[in-house]
Structure formats: C-alpha cells, structure tokens
Design a binder for this molecule. Sequence first.
Ligand code: NAD
Length: 440
Amino acid sequence: MNIRSKPRDLALSRRAFVGTALAAGAAAGAAGLTLPSGVFARGDDTLRIGLIGCGGRGTGAALQALRADKGAVLVAVGDVFEDRVRSCLAGLSEELGDAAKDKLKVTPERTFVGLDAYRKVLDAGVDVVLLTTTPNFRPIHLEAAVQAGKHVFCEKPMAVDGPGVRKAMAAAKLAKEKNLALVSGFCWRYGNAERAAFERINAGAIGRIMAAHTTYHTGTLSPRPRKPEWSDFEFQMRNWWHFTWVSGDHIVEQAVHSIDRLSWAMGDENPVRCVSLGGRAARKGPESGHVFDHFAVVYEYGQGRRGFHTCRQIDGCPSDNTDYIFGTKGRAVINGWVPQHDLLDLDDKPVWKYDGPRRDMYQNEHDALFASIRNNSPINDGDWMLRSTLMAIMGRMAAYTGQTVTFEQALNSTEDLTPASYEGMIPVPPVAIPGQTKFA
Ligand SMILES: NC(=O)c1ccc[n+]([C@@H]2O[C@H](COP(=O)([O-])OP(=O)(O)OC[C@H]3O[C@@H](n4cnc5c(N)ncnc54)[C@H](O)[C@@H]3O)[C@@H](O)[C@H]2O)c1
C-alpha cells in the first residue's frame, strides 16, 4: 500500500488541509456539541484564539478550533513570512464561508509578521493559542504561551533537541500548576479506533506487551528551489523538513507519530536505551539539506522488552505506516489509514476488531481541548508527548553518532541545534557519519 496515495496521508495533509478541514466540519456537526455557557473567565462565551504558524497544519488547526466551540473566534495570527499569513487567512475565509463574519475577527493590527510575531499574538488578548510553526521554535513558544497564561494546542514534535525537551517539560509542568490546557498534535491519540484499540492493548487483551514494531515508510517531501532574494534563513525555513536544526530530521518531524504509538503500546514507559542505524541514500540537491532518509531504531525496555521503529523517506519504495504489536497472549495490527485495528490470539483468531465510529481525529483533538477548557478540567498531554518526542530525538542521536544512547543521556544532552544567528550565513552541517559524529 502506498500511504502517500491515501487522501488522509499525514505527509499530504500538511499541504491539503482543506480536505481535512471539510471532514472536520462534518464531524463537528455530527458530534452535536453542547457547551456550558457563561463559564469562561472574561464573563462572556467567547474564547479568543491566536494562531502562531500559519502554514498548512496551522490553517487546518485553526479551522478545527473554530469548529470545536461555538464561542471560538480567531482574533490574532502570526508567522515569520507574510505570504503564509495571507494564504492562511484566504484559506480560512473560503473554508468558513458565511461563518467567516462571526468566526474570523483578525484585524490588520492583530496580524503579525516576523520572528517576534509569537509575542505579539500572545499580547493580543487571546485565551487559547495554536502553536503550529516548524518544530524548532516550539519550546520557546510553549514556554512563552504558558507563562502568559494561555491554553495551548501544540503540534508535534515539541522540540528537536535535549535542551528544547527540557524547556518544554518545564512549560508542561507550569501549565499543570496554572490549570491551563495543553493538548498535543499527536492526533492518533485522539482517534476513536486507536483509542479503543490501545486501551484494550494496555489493559492486557493480548497479554503483556513484549515487543512492538512501528513503521513510517513513505516518499520524499517536495523541495522548494532557492530564489535569488532568499537569505539562508528563508531558504532553510522554506525547506525546513531537510534541516535538522528546524525539523529534527524526519524521524523527529514525521515518524514521531509512529514512535508515539510505539510508546503507547509499551505502556508509556521510558525506554532504557536505544541503538539506531540510519543514513542518507537517495537525497540530492541543496534543498534536501543534510538530513538522513532512513532510520532503524531498537529501543530497549526493562525485562528484555524491545521496541523497533523503522522509517524511510525515499521515493520508489513501498510505503507502510503500520504498528505490529506482540503480547504474550497474541498480537495486534494497527493501521489508521487502511483502516485496520485487529487484535488476534496466538492462533491468529480475532480477539477484537474495531467497529465503532471513526470521527476525524484532528477535530477530536480540538473538541477535547475546548471541552476541557469549558469544563475547567484542562487536559495536559505533557508527560507522554515529551517522552515520545525525546524517544525520536534519541533515535536520531544514536543513528547520527553510531553510539548506544540512554534515555537519560538524550534528556540531559547539551546539544542545542539553534544556529548562532538567523542573519547572514547559516552553515549547513555535514551529513552525520556514525562512528565519527560525536554525541553532545
Ligand atoms: N499532526 C499532524 O498530523 C501534522 C501534519 C502536518 C504537520 N504537522 C506538524 O505541524 C507543524 C507545522 O507543519 P506544516 O506542515 O504546517 O508546515 P508549514 O511549513 O506549512 O507551516 C509552518 C509555518 O510556521 C511558520 N513559522 C516557522 N517559524 C515561525 C516562527 N518562529 N514564528 C511564526 N511562524 C513561524 C512558517 O513560516 C510556516 O508558515 C510541524 O511541527 C509539523 O510536524 C503535524
């Protein structure tokens, strides 16, 4: 099966938000949300939303947020590039149609462009922020949002390096202390079928889970050729998937979804250590930066349990995005795209199969976020979303260096991938060479 040919492919969804948004709108209507009124602090029913990062996912998330709650209104937007703001607002207006007049309240004074746009959005009187920029800025934005007292929707991954994970962890803890919601963009955790299947797996339906293998085998993402007027910053940001300082590499940016489900299957325990193999076989040209195009990670857990993750972004190879989970009493095969959510016993007889509703998982995330704010029982996804993010980072670290990397080493790593300056030259590091690239 070629997952890139699927209409709801994650890789496609970042550019084809419209499809997701349409499905989401239908789902929200079907959900028939009833919300308690007059419960919000300002004394009216309005929840003012700020969007930080106006790309494909940000536009989709804004629509889902607006459709999740009758009182939700988009009031402020920010991006480093002006064209992204414009296309986002145009896309939202088109998608919302007649509802745009009530839902879109972004004025020119509350439209911000530049690296400081996030601060201005936070200062624009918003209640909820959607953090949907490239991953590298997430820890800074998350910290600032929580310090400013905002409820947060935060796309995955939450960081690209150890210092970023630690900053995000502190912010998640502070959110809990301040009674602020923090919902992650690990959308599969909000999928109806995945929730039902993993709840059963975690409850022992196929025995104790001894191993899991998750895959994210897909094709490449489109490169954007350099324009003469672009600085190094703009060139790398417009091709952000291919630069480790911005994306964390594809294992962290994209395959982290599957690593998150691996962690879910293993009961959200910290793995002790990992060994990882990877390299760059097929990427070419300056737009494809220096990231790898394949990884294979072995996570070691206590009692000899193991988690395996393989990911590949190479064209012309078969795709797969399946979770193969092995317990002492049976196994599970989970694939949200097919969809397949099967639990089998040791003789391969079906134990359980999902046959419930399949609402749009992206919409589910926002429905859950807004309901938790309204009910004053804010969700905090901090613990598991940061474990999964760190597991992906540690897989990259182990592959780049060729060394075994423990969970603690990854967490305490001092390697800060942020460039010295966003102005002038941003040197592209050489492609990592296992055995030579050093762990920091
Ligand atoms: N959950 C999912 O299924 C899913 C799907 C797609 C993308 N994502 C995640 O969403 C995030 C965004 O991905 P995308 O596909 O929308 O990328 P995108 O390039 O379309 O959008 C990112 C936007 O963020 C802006 N940006 C970057 N740094 C910024 C900053 N400091 N301040 C303000 N704006 C900034 C960029 O200019 C761009 O417009 C990524 O973390 C990605 O991994 C998640």
